[in-house]
Ligand binder design. Structure first.
Ligand SMILES: C[S@@+](CC[C@H](N)C(=O)[O-])C[C@H]1O[C@@H](n2cnc3c(N)ncnc32)[C@H](O)[C@@H]1O
Length: 240
């Protein structure tokens, strides 16, 4: 059995615009004219590039309480720490082109950092799950990737060494994401972060919870294959 990938903190680590579209199975034209929340957005470049492409997108993350200098320092350190962990846990993630994967993270961080100060307080909001500073049903589309599910404890299918984001936290977080969603909530990944590939142990309870909040839920395929096929999927909740 592969050694578990585990880290002691939530990484300030972000994907680029193309990865975001692939990961959430979205194309740019389907995003035009919709108000979008990316939560958490970390140092991904979806907000920066989306804004440049004329999308109405806001990102939020608790790390936005820090200065740009601190964010860049944490971003670089966390990318390096994650790649060190990847090397030390072979057989867990099957990333086809590791050099491209790493470059994409550095490019995303650079694009984020270039945009951050001009968008501070308008498209980069300091906020945490499960208490978001937005009115009910504020966003047509809410995207949430690589925080919920990923950072449950290793023993629960995630990669965090501590148990601070347990099932109860996840259900509260999903309630909050649902509260600010007017139309559609997309969450990914939905697989466990440890080999062999399987659905995340919190997924069934999360789906039932979202349904109890009045959402119609489907599990749909994603093109962002990070080595967990056939469980490379998106949870899609549509408000009824
Ligand atoms: C791996 S990044 C994900 C960024 C982006 N969604 C992506 O997939 O590229 C995880 C982010 O979760 C943020 N985070 C930590 N605790 C959080 C909380 N309670 N609520 C929301 N975000 C949190 C971290 O600051 C970090 O930026």
């Amino acid at each position: 059995m592969a050694k578990a990938f585990s880290i002691p903190f939530v990484a300030f680590f972000g994907r680029n615009y193309e990865e975001y579209l692939a990961m959430f199975s979205l194309d740019e034209s389907s995003l035009r004219g919709r108000s979008i929340l990316d939560c958490p957005s970390g140092p991904d470049s979806f907000v920066a590039e989306g804004f440049k492409h004329g999308l109405n997108v806001i990102g939020c993350d608790p790390m936005y309480a820090m200065s740009l200098e601190q964010l860049c320092k944490s971003g670089k350190e966390h990318i390096d720490e994650c790649f060190l962990q990847l090397q030390q846990t072979p057989g867990n993630f099957d990333i086809r082109d590791i050099d491209k994967f790493r470059k994409d993270k550095y490019d995303a961080l650079e694009s984020f950092a270039t945009d951050y100060l001009s968008g501070k307080e308008t498209r980069y909001i300091d906020a945490s799950i499960p208490n978001l500073p937005f009115a009910d049903r504020s966003f047509d589309l809410v995207l949430s990737s690589h925080f919920l599910f990923c950072y449950s404890a290793v023993k629960d299918g995630g990669m965090l060494q501590s148990d601070m984001f347990d099932l109860d936290f996840h259900l509260k977080g999903i309630t909050e994401l649902a509260r600010v969603t007017r139309s559609e909530l997309r969450m990914t990944p939905t697989h466990s972060m440890q080999a062999p590939p399987r659905r995340h142990p919190y997924l069934d309870a999360s789906v039932k919870h979202l349904e109890s909040l009045g959402f119609k839920v489907t599990i749909e395929p994603s093109d962002y294959d990070d080595g967990f096929a056939p469980f490379v999927e998106i949870l899609v909740g549509r408000s009824s």
